[in-house]
Design a protein around this ligand. Structure first.
Ligand SMILES: NC(=O)c1ccc[n+]([C@@H]2O[C@H](COP(=O)([O-])OP(=O)(O)OC[C@H]3O[C@@H](n4cnc5c(N)ncnc54)[C@H](O)[C@@H]3O)[C@@H](O)[C@H]2O)c1
Length: 437
C-alpha cells in the first residue's frame, strides 16, 4: 500500500519505518528541512533502540523516502497518517494548531479518495474538526479516522511491530477495510484491533495515559507515607503487585512522571472535562502531586546540607525523562537542575543519550561529563534521576574514591539498602529507610 506520514518525530518516524518494513511504500513528510536532510543522508534524527536497522534497510530497498513537500508526499498515498505535535497551549489544553494547519492544506491538495488517519493524541471531537476543515476545500470523497498510538519511547519499534492492541475509530466501512489490511501483519499473533467510534478512540488514548500517570502517582504518595511511617515502598509494591487486579507494572515509586505524553495528556484530559463542565478531581490531584514530587528530591538535598547549597558540587546521573531515550520533555532532571542552580549549587551531569538536548536549554550553566564517573570528582552529593541500566551496577569503590561526600540521593531506588549500608554511603531513596553514615 502507498502511505504518507506527516510529522516524523518519535511516533511518525517509527510508524513510517515499521509500515515500510511490512512492504508498504512510505513517504515521510516533515516541515523541518534539517531533519529531512538528515534522514535523506540515512541518519536517524532521534535516539530510539533498534530503529536504525530497519530505517536503513527500508531506505536501501526503496520503500522509505523523505520530503518537506506535502503535495509531493501525499500524491500517491491511499492513507495519510498525521503524527504531528499536540503540545499543551497556555491553559493546558492540547494545541491543535499543527493538525488543523495540515488538514487545511490537505483539503486543497487531495484529488482522489484518501483516508486521513490521526495518530496524534487529540481531544475528543478532533476527527470531526479535521473533517470539517478538509471538507471546506475538498471536492473529492475522503475519510478521517482516529488511530491513537500507544508506543513507548525506548521500546517504540517493538511496541509498533507487536502492539498490545490497535485502536481504530471510524464509522466508515471502506476505511475500516483498508485499516484492517494495513495492520494485518502487526496482529498476526492474535492481538486485537478494536474498532469503535472516533470519539471513543480519541478518549481511549487519554484514558490510558491518565490511568498510568495516576498509578505512578498513587505509588509516589504511598512512598511519601512510607518515609514518614518507616515502611518500605518496595515491599508494598511487591505485596500488592501480585494481585492480578492491580498488576506488577507501573508501581515503581520515584521522582514523578515526565516525558512528552503523561504531563500534557493528563492536563489536556482535565481541560476536556472542564469544557464539558465535569470536575475531574482525581486528575487535578495527580497533577498537583506530580509537580511536588518532581522537586521533592531537591528539598531532601537542601535539608541534608542545612539549607545551604551555595558552592556545593552536585552530580546528576540521568537527564532523559526515562531510560533508552534522548527525550527530555518535562523530565524531572530539568526541574532538579533549575532548583539546584537557583540555590547556587555547581551542577555536573551525565546521560548516555540526552546531553545534546539538555545543552540546548542550560548551555554552559552546568557541566556535562564524558561518563558517569568523571562528574563525581569532588562531588558533595550524587542525585540519580533516570534509571538507565548503566547506573544499576556501578563500581561503588570508584565512586567513593572520586566523591568528596559519600552521599547519594536516588530518585529511582536503584540500590539495595543493605549494600549501601555496608559500603558506607549516606543513601536517601524514595519511600525507604534513609541509610546514614
Ligand atoms: N512520543 C511518544 O511517545 C508518543 C506516544 C504516543 C502518542 N504520541 C502523540 O503523537 C503525536 C506526535 O508526538 P511525537 O512525540 O512524535 O512528536 P515530535 O515532536 O517528536 O514530532 C513531531 C514532528 O512533526 C513535525 N511537524 C510539525 N509541524 C509540521 C507540519 N506542519 N508539517 C509537517 N511536519 C510537521 C515536527 O518537525 C516533528 O518532526 C503527539 O500528539 C503525541 O502526543 C506520542
Amino acid at each position: 500500500m502507498k502511505i504518507a506520514v506527516v510529522g516524523t518525530g518519535y511516533v511518525g518516524l517509527v510508524t513510517g519505518t515499521c509500515f515500510a518494513e511490512t512492504g508498504n511504500h512510505v513517504v515521510c513528510v516533515d516541515n523541518n528541512a534539517d531533519k529531512v536532510s538528515q534522514m535523506k543522508r540515512g541518519e536517524v534524527p532521534i535516539y530510539e533502540p533498534h530503529l536504525d536497522l530497519i530505517f536503513e534497510r527500508n531506505i536501501k530497498q526503496g520503500r522509505l523516502i523523505f520530503t518537506t513537500n506535502l503535495e509531493e508526499g501525499i500524491r500517491d498515498a491511499k492513507i495519510i497518517f498525521l503524527a504531528l505535535p499536540t503540545p499543551p497551549d497556555e491553559n493546558g489544553s492540547a494545541d491543535l494548531k499543527h493538525v488543523l494547519e495540515v488538514a487545511e492544506q490537505l483539503g486543497k491538495l487531495i484529488t482522489d479518495y484518501k483516508i486521513i488517519v490521526n495518530k496524534s493524541t487529540v481531544p475528543v471531537g478532533t476527527a470531526e474538526k479535521v473533517r470539517n476543515v478538509v471538507a471546506k476545500n475538498c471536492k473529492t470523497e475522503f475519510d478521517v479516522v482516529s488511530n491513537p498510538e500507544f508506543l513507548r519511547e525506548g521500546f517504540a519499534v517493538d511496541d509498533f511491530m507487536k502492539p498490545d492492541r490497535v485502536v481504530v475509530g471510524t464509522n466508515s466501512e471502506k476505511a475500516k477495510k483498508l485499516m484492517t489490511e494495513l495492520y494485518a501483519p502487526f496482529v498476526r499473533q492474535g492481538n486485537p484491533i478494536y474498532y469503535m467510534d472516533e470519539r471513543s478512540a480519541e478518549l481511549t488514548k487519554y484514558a490510558a495515559n491518565a490511568f498510568l500517570a495516576m498509578k505512578i502517582t498513587f505509588m509516589n504518595e504511598m512512598a511519601n507515607l512510607c518515609e514518614r511511617t518507616g515502611a518500605n515502598i518496595d515491599s508494598i509494591r511487591i505485596g500488592i503487585g501480585s494481585d492480578d487486579r492491580i498488576g506488577k507494572r507501573f508501581l515503581f515509586a520515584g521522582i514523578g512522571y515526565g516525558g512528552s505524553c503523561f504531563p500534557k495528556d493528563v492536563s489536556a484530559l482535565n481541560k476536556i472535562a472542564e469544557e464539558y463542565k465535569y470536575d475531574f478531581n482525581v486528575l487535578k490531584s495527580v497533577m498537583k502531586v506530580n509537580e511536588e514530587q518532581k522537586r521533592s528530591i531537591v528539598s531532601k538535598v537542601k535539608n541534608h546540607f542545612q539549607n545551604n547549597l551555595k558552592g556545593k558540587r552536585i552530580a546528576l546521573w540521568g537527564l532523559a525523562f526515562k531510560p533508552d531515550t534522548d527525550d527530555i520533555r518535562e523530565a524531572p532532571s530539568l526541574y532538579i537542575i533549575e532548583e539546584l542552580l537557583k540555590q547556587g549549587a555547581i551542577v555536573s551531569t551525565f546521560d548516555p543519550a540526552a546531553i545534546t538536548n539538555v545543552k540546548k536549554i542550560f548551555g554552559d550553566k552546568i557541566v556535562y561529563g564524558k561518563d558517569e564517573y568523571e562528574i563525581l570528582k569532588d562531588a558533595d552529593a550524587l542525585i540519580i534521576a533516570t534509571e538507565w541500566s548503566l547506573f544499576r551496577t556501578p563500581e561503588f569503590e570508584k565512586m567513593k574514591s572520586q566523591m568528596k561526600g559519600k552521599v547519594i540521593f536516588d530518585g529511582r531506588n536503584l540500590y539495595d539498602l543493605n549494600q549501601m549500608r555496608e559500603l558506607g554511603f549516606y543513601y536517601n531513596s524514595i519511600g525507604r529507610e534513609t541509610i546514614s553514615i
